[in-house]
Design a protein around this ligand. Structure first.
Ligand code: GLV
Ligand code: MN
Ligand code: MN
Length: 415
């Protein structure tokens, strides 16, 4: 393996993909089914073809590149990550796993020819939940667990319905294959850590053992709009004041519980959002994560109860909508051992660790043996335009991926 060339190529391809959806204000914005998302998928499709892969889409908009085996009965080894981003996200979250998959498949094809079982890469259509209140649309379509009942109701900030956006992008119209996959033998996701542990400890590879559980809510407080100058404080039903109290109460409780629990209110909207009108409605999101399901449930229940009490005290009506309930899940132990052995052979130090971020691997792991491999993130910055991973670290991840895909795809007895 020519490591300097690999380093240069992985870096170049990450930057190439980041041009699709490059935000003039900095960072990358590729929301599901938007023009920049479609352009990125089309450019990837072209690059997959140029590099000798058979390409195809499924009905959800997941894009695949295949290195076909003569023996389809042997199932498929799948690698990849998501092409969508948060608003003004970084260049590496999701994108690195796609670019790495493409480089790895090209390397395997050039050096070893057709594999013993199919090896495929996937550019998953959606993971972040940044445009619509729905996450993991790409991977849940593959595992057959997508919440189809939800997509009929949800809309983006501009009022465009999910189904309309999907159809507009050409998906959900019966043109492509059914997304459900029954043939996957293993799923491997290579991803940036999005935390600072690997960098601080100077370790190039993280082998994820478990992905945290995560719940997301949208919480609305409904009060009454009124004149900011003529309404005494005691007579108000101020929705923004109630929401503020709720957020502070939940964050204080999270401080008291401490690590590994984390709680975030990342988005807030007030109505009518006018300086001299008491807000009649305020909606905020709540994202709560913990590696133990029971502890996660208990904290969420206590948080909702606290909101309820504050709403009653403030004369507000409370609406709570649960948008995500992902259980903590273990990655496959045999794959983790195999990755450890590869790291040892390649002289790379590694660390077994949990993931606090959500990943498609957690959805895939519900159905197929799955693995999540991390490379360091500079300063642990992620979901941020300054997200960065050094090219030598990107290349180390790709080398591990290549060897793992080789063992799983070319050595028939390996799984
Ligand atoms: C996805 O990136 C998440 O962890 O929110
Ligand atoms: Mn992300
Ligand atoms: Mn990601």
């Amino acid at each position: 393996m020519n490591i300097p060339v690999l380093q240069q190529q992985v870096e170049e391809w990450v930057h190439w993909l980041a041009a699709y959806g490059a935000d003039p204000a900095g960072g990358v914005t590729r929301l599901l089914y938007t023009a920049s998302w479609a352009e990125a998928q089309q450019a990837l499709e072209q690059k997959m073809k140029e590099n000798g892969l058979d390409t195809y889409y499924d009905e959800a908009g997941n894009l695949y590149g295949r290195l076909a085996s003569a023996d389809a009965e042997e199932g498929t080894i799948l690698t990849g990550s998501h092409v969508d981003t948060v608003k003004r996200g970084g260049k590496y979250d999701g994108a690195f796993g796609i670019v790495a998959g493409l480089l790895a498949l090209r390397y395997l094809k050039e050096n070893y020819g057709p594999p013993a079982r199919n090896i495929e890469m996937v550019s998953l259509c959606e993971e972040e939940g940044s445009r619509f209140p729905l996450t993991f649309w790409g991977s849940t379509n593959i595992t057959g667990t997508a919440p189809f009942h939800k997509i009929k109701q949800i809309r983006d900030e501009k009022g465009i319905s999910f189904v309309e956006a999907m159809n507009e992008a050409g998906f959900g119209l019966g043109r492509y294959r059914n997304p459900r996959r029954e043939d996957i033998v293993s799923f491997i996701e290579l991803h940036i850590e999005q935390g600072a542990i690997l960098e601080r400890e100077s370790i190039p590879i993280g082998i994820v053992e478990q992905i945290v559980g995560q719940k997301r809510y949208s919480i609305s407080c409904i009060g009454e709009a009124n004149h900011a100058g003529t309404t005494p404080m005691a007579w108000r039903a101020d929705a923004l004041r109630g929401a503020s109290e709720m957020i502070v109460a939940i964050m204080d409780a999270a401080d008291r519980v401490g690590a590994p629990l984390v709680a975030t209110a990342g988005k807030i909207e007030a109505e009518p959002n006018v300086s001299n009108v008491i807000p009649n409605k305020t909606t905020f999101t709540l994202d709560i994560r913990h590696p133990q399901g029971d502890a996660l449930d208990a904290f969420c229940e206590a948080s909702i109860a606290a909101c309820d009490t504050i709403a009653r005290n403030r004369g507000l009506r409370l609406q709570v909508e649960k948008q995500l309930d992902a259980r903590p899940i273990d990655m496959d132990a045999a794959l983790a051992r195999r990755i450890e052995a590869i790291c040892r052979e390649q002289g790379l130090s590694y660390k077994r660790m949990p993931s606090g971020a959500g990943h498609d691997a957690q959805i895939m792991a519900g159905q197929y043996p799955s693995s999540l491999i991390f490379v360091p993130s500079h300063r642990g910055l992620s979901h941020h335009p300054a997200e960065y991973t050094a090219e030598k670290d990107l290349a180390a991840g790709v080398r591990v991926l290549i060897q793992l895909l080789y063992e799983l795809g070319y050595e028939k007895e390996a799984k």
